[in-house]
Design a protein around this ligand. Structure first.
Ligand code: ASP
Length: 472
């Protein structure tokens, strides 16, 4: 069934068309027993919500249609508290966007606030070549109560989605519109269980502000895709993932028990501060072994603001050495959904490579791994050449770490284009060393990296990799 505002605004008078997808959440809830204030809130049916918002958009001449969420077979499901939401709901939402994409100028998803940031992030990855606004909103109090934020949130979302009708810039992104801000969906986090400003975007400015006037900061929004780039949505997400927060006292045995599940494909690790973890070798080796078995581990910070900078402290070099991927300033919600999406689409080393790239504006930094292929045998001098997979410029370079695994070398000298960038007194086993200064000084844009490793006697080189961090 579908509902619309045709009674108040005939479609032929509309300046823009918007589709509401009513997933559920407080915005559409009532007390189960209206006479009992202690009775729990539950969602009303789509028809009742549609009736309540009949006047919305009429003045602005935005014609809207409201649909409930439909499952993979196209059958409408009842609205739900957002605690029920899972990856299959995200795929259904994406399918609805694809199915109705050509018929509407924008989309508003009405969703519970608890997991709204996960949904916004997941949809941002699933939508490819998005050229229309997809706006998520919800509220702290139901729309049926007088003192509620729901009416304003819903109306603001409708205006952003129906931008054309009210001469606002089109935001071709998945966004969250809540209280007085419009946020990039994959940067948003639920910040308050009850305050009107329910969402924050700790690592990226708001895309718009909604006060007496609505302002969209066009310099901050993602560019429109090319005109001939057709919109489509991803069809799969890998749900065999875990999200784990490090805590003082965590034991390797606990971690091992979690990571030994054979079906597990990925892990978001919420590390301390800028990506730190205990230096306990048992714990680190447990992570390293999981990575060697093919588990993708994406490191984010537990802090509510800032970014992971693997290698900055000794206590994060262990993670870098063991090939965990850096999630930079990803929110945990974006990290988890990005992991699900990348795992469903990539294989082998491409998984880590894609995890560390900026896909939809979700992170402010990227990592390029320049992997040198050393070859067999023992040599006193190793000459190595390799290119970064993506374009890295000297100006954009933020940090460079050199990851080496050698056998039988002491007093190792490392040169980049024949200039010394590092002298290692002891280079047995594995090491990760900060070579930012040397790389910044000598790297040449668009030229393959040329490394020379020199020791006093022949040694084996098992691994050599430059990890370059750049602003995205
Ligand atoms: N429990 C509700 C939900 O997330 C909370 C809300 O919508 O604010 O569905």
């Amino acid at each position: 069934m579908s509902w619309d505002n045709s009674r108040r605004l005939p479609p032929d008078r509309a300046r823009a068309r918007v589709l509401f997808i009513y997933v559920g959440g407080t915005i559409g809830m009532r007390r189960l027993d209206e006479s009992n204030p202690a009775s729990p809130l539950a969602n009303v049916a789509a028809a009742e919500l549609a009736e309540e918002i009949q006047a919305f958009g009429v003045e602005e001449r935005i014609h809207w249609t409201l649909l409930g969420l439909c499952n993979g077979e196209g059958v409408e499901i009842p609205p739900v508290d957002s605690s029920e939401i899972g990856p299959h709901h995200w795929l259904w939402m994406a399918q609805m966007l694809e199915r109705y994409y050509a018929d509407y100028d924008g989309f508003v998803i009405l969703h519970g606030t608890d997991t709204l940031a996960y949904t916004a992030s997941a949809l941002s990855f699933l939508c490819v070549n998005l050229a229309k606004p997809v706006v998520l909103t919800g509220s702290q109090l139901p729309i049926f109560t007088l003192r509620s934020d729901a009416r304003q949130n819903l109306l603001h979302a409708l205006l952003v989605a129906g931008a054309k009708a009210v001469s606002l810039p089109i935001v071709p992104e998945v966004t969250v519109c809540f209280a007085s801000v419009l946020l990039r969906g994959n940067r948003a986090r639920k910040a308050s269980t009850s305050g009107w400003q329910g969402f924050a975007s700790p690592n990226y400015p708001a895309l718009g502000s909604l006060g007496e006037r609505i302002r969209i900061h066009t310099d901050l929004i993602c560019p429109m895709p090319a005109e001939d780039a057709a919109f489509y949505v991803g069809r799969a997400l890998q749900d065999q993932v875990l999200d784990l927060t490090l805590f003082p006292g965590i034991q390797a045995s606990q971690l091992r028990a979690l990571l030994k599940q054979p079906e597990l494909q990925g892990l978001v690790l919420r590390a301390y501060g800028s990506g730190n973890a205990p230096e306990d070798p048992a714990l680190l080796d447990c992570l390293g072994e999981a990575v060697s078995r093919g588990l993708a581990i994406l490191v984010v910070t537990q802090c509510s603001e800032g970014r992971v900078d693997l290698g900055r402290y000794a206590s994060s070099r262990g993670l870098l050495q063991r090939q965990l991927a850096s999630g930079f300033d990803l929110t945990p919600e974006a990290a988890l959904t990005k992991l699900m999406w990348v795992l469903a689409n990539e294989k082998g080393p491409e998984i880590r490579a894609q995890l560390q790239q900026n896909q939809r504006g979700e992170q402010s930094y990227v990592r390029h791994e320049v992997r040198f292929e050393p070859g067999e045998g023992e040599r006193e001098v190793w000459e190595l050449n390799a290119r970064a997979a993506g374009a890295v410029s000297r100006r954009g370079l933020e940090a460079a770490m050199l990851r080496l695994q050698v056998d039988g070398a002491e007093q190792l000298k490392v040169e980049l284009y024949e200039r010394t960038i590092l002298q290692l007194p002891q280079a047995q086993g594995g090491s990760v060393t900060d070579v930012t200064d040397g790389v910044r000084r000598y790297m040449v844009d668009d030229r393959p990296f040329h490394l020379r490793l020199r020791a006093e006697r022949p040694f084996r080189l098992l691994l050599a990799e430059l990890l370059l961090t750049a602003k995205s």
